[in-house]
Design a protein around this ligand. Sequence first.
Ligand SMILES: Cc1cc2nc3c(=O)[nH]c(=O)nc-3n(C[C@H](O)[C@H](O)[C@H](O)COP(=O)(O)OP(=O)(O)OC[C@H]3O[C@@H](n4cnc5c(N)ncnc54)[C@H](O)[C@@H]3O)c2cc1C
Length: 300
Amino acid sequence: MDEIKNALKEICKDTVENFPLSYITGFRTGGPARFFVSPSDIEEIKKILYVCRRYNLPLLVIGRGTNILISDKGFDGVVISTKNLNKIKVENNNIYCQAGVLLSTILKTCIERSLKGLEFLSGIPGTAGGAIMSNAGLKKEWISERIESVDVVSLLDIKEQKLPKEGINFGYRTGGLEGYLIAGALFRLEKGKTEEIKMAIADYMKKRIETQPLEYPSAGSVFKNPPGLFAGMLIENCGLKGFSAGGASISDKHANFIINKGNASSEDIYKIICKVKEEVKRVYNIELETEIKIIGSFGG
Ligand SMILES: Cc1cc2nc3c(=O)[nH]c(=O)nc-3n(C[C@H](O)[C@H](O)[C@H](O)COP(=O)(O)OP(=O)(O)OC[C@H]3O[C@@H](n4cnc5c(N)ncnc54)[C@H](O)[C@@H]3O)c2cc1C
C-alpha cells in the first residue's frame, strides 16, 4: 500500500489516500477513493496510468462529479481528478482548454473575448472533459458541434493522440470516447457581440432556474430521453414526483432530477433509480437508460 502511495506521491505531491468522494460529487454522496490524484499535464497522467498498470489498480476519471453516482463503499483504486488540468487559452476565434476547465470558465472567457457558439452550456456545472465524454448539451444543441479536436490518452497503450472531430463517434449523450482519458480540447467559435452573448447566457440560466431544483445537490437529469419522448414526463405520469428513499427524493419541480435533501446516501438514490425503471417499464413497457454514470456496487 505504502509503495503505491509513494509512487503516486512522487508524481503528484497532493495525492490523498481514502479521500471522501462525497466532497466533490454533484449528489454530495459516495464513499472514499483509495487514492485520489490530481495531475496537471499529460506527462503526469501517463505516469499515473503506468502505476495503475503496474499494480493492477482500477481507474476512475472524475471532473466535477456532476454526472456520476458513486457507491457508498467508494472506489477501491485510483481516482484521477482533472481539477489541476485547468489551463485555458484563446487563439484567434478558437478556445483551447484542458479537461478540468469548468464550463462556466469557458463561458466567462467567451464573454471577455466576444466569442459565440457555446452559450447553451450556461448553467451546466461540469468540466470540459466530463461534458465531452457525454456530449453534454440541450435538446438540440450539443457540445460536439463546436469541437475541432480532442487531445486524449489511450488507456490501452498509454499513448497520447489528437483526435479530429470527424474521428469521434459523438451521439445523444455519448462522446464515444470510452477507453480514453480526455486531456484537453479545441473549440471552434465565432466572433459575436459581447452584449448579445451575455444576454443569451443569462436567458439559458433563467430557464434553468425556472425549471430545475438548483437549490439541492443533484446530478441533473438522471435518465436519457427515449426516442421522441421525455423521461421526466414518463416519470411524472407514473405518479412518482416526490417519491423518496431515505434522504433522496424525485424533485417536485423536475421529475427527471433526483435530489439530495440533506442526508441522502448513494444507496437511497440508487433505490429511486430502480423504482423509476420498474414503474416506467410496468406502465409504458419502456426501459429507461441512465444518463448518469453509476460506479461501484449497490444493493446490500
Ligand atoms: C443542475 C445540473 C444541471 C445539468 N444540466 C445538464 C444539461 O443541461 N445537459 C447535460 O448534458 N448535462 C447536464 N448536467 C450533467 C453534467 O453537469 C454534465 O454532464 C457535465 O458535463 C459533466 O461534467 P463533470 O465534469 O461533472 O463530469 P463527471 O461527473 O466528473 O464525469 C462524468 C463521466 O465522464 C467521465 N469523465 C469526466 N472527465 C473525464 C475526462 N477528462 N476523461 C475521461 N473521462 C472523463 C467520468 O469518468 C464519468 O464517467 C447537469 C448537472 C446538474 C447537477
